[in-house]
Ligand binder design. Sequence first.
Ligand code: TRP
Ligand code: ZN
Length: 465
Amino acid sequence: MLSKISRPLLALVATPVVAALLVGASQGGGATPGSATAGDPYFPASGNGGYHVVHYGLDLGYTPETKQLQGAADLTVTPTQRLGSFYLDFSGMTVDSVRVDGRRAEFSRSGTELKVTPQRSLDRGRKVHVVVTYSGVPENVVDPDGSADGWIIQPDGSVFVANEPQGAMTWFPSNSHPKDKSTYDVAITVPNGWTAVSNGRLRDQRSHYGKTTFSWRESQPMAAYLSTASIGKFQTEQYVTAGGLPVYNAVAPSQAAEAGPVLAQLPAVIDWESRLFGRYPFDAAGSIVADAPDVGYALETQTRPIYDRAPDIGTLVHETAHQWFGDSVTLTKWQDIWLNEGFATYAEWLWSAEHGGLTTAQQFAADYALPATDSLWSFPAGDPGDGGHIFAKPPYERGAMVLEKLRQTVGDRAFFTILRTWASENRHGHGTSAEFIALSKKISHKNLDALFTTWLYGKGKPATP
Ligand code: TRP
Ligand code: ZN
């Protein structure tokens, strides 16, 4: 069947453009291939075009002894164009089969792309189930800055799973760009004695023939980079806060003594941040504390941040603030990483100011006092330049300086209204730097162009603080 658009074109003479359209049409009724990229220059392989993933249903089995992972990923997909074929991000592993609405689909692999060609093209807007079965020993990716992310196996077989920015593709096929957010059901089966922890609420835990299946549900939209399925011989703790929020903590025994008093403050930190930033965005909370010091970082995995070791309170405050800034309000391009890291760092500043440390103005002044040669000034917070610099000092520290500068310019009342409005207007969605600037101007009734030009996008150390 021909679409309304392609019908008149078929009558045209065979110019190169028409020929190209005809090639597309030969896939069946105007169907075209989905793009193999989300178009983000920082991570060009991340994400794909032509569809939205509404929901991921992941059924995983992991054997710590052999490090083998078996997976069945059931993706509920809404095509945003008529699709003859489409791409998923997936690296390593062996793909055993791909089915689209139950019918075997052709697939091929190249680099980190899994190309799927269904027997029939997919209608725009009509949901399908794409089921991929796979197995193997996952291999983490190494980011341009040299850090590891994805499925990171520890020597004892436990697994630290942190996907920012591109690690999701190491353990399930996905549309791995933060532009696409989805709900998740993740079931992980491990040998008895091991615990598997994912995002959201634990719906079920049952043991059978020496294995235990942990079934988790994240019912709010989540970017793939914020998902986890971390596995270890954890000590676990579950409780419900006074505010009714279920908390699930999983802690490596070696870290338990040090982590305990810090994790105990999570409900207080959530309450404190809720007063500053507005209602907590999710229906679950908790922490995963691993013993994986080689990883070298923590990550704000949605509802349940993961730490490579016992966190200090500043780190807990930082990862918890990301639940508003990054997880609920998500960037659309990695260039905007300061919207995550600057805000989470500013939350740390606010915490220290209220707990006997430096005031935010003093933090700003201390940073400003750093010499022009310091790496703080090496590039603008709002323009890291490439994917190798998103976790360097400027998006964090200069990002927080942008917010302090904004606060000093518009006053406390307007400033916190901006933060709360940012979080509420974009709750469970996305936000860009341009939108944040526009909102700041609208709420403060001030022209803030010079502020953002200098402090967010200016190169080098500004001449005056
Ligand atoms: N986003 C994390 C945080 O600030 C840090 C992080 C995630 C990171 N992945 C990384 C830092 C890779 C360095 C390298 O909480
Ligand atoms: Zn952070």
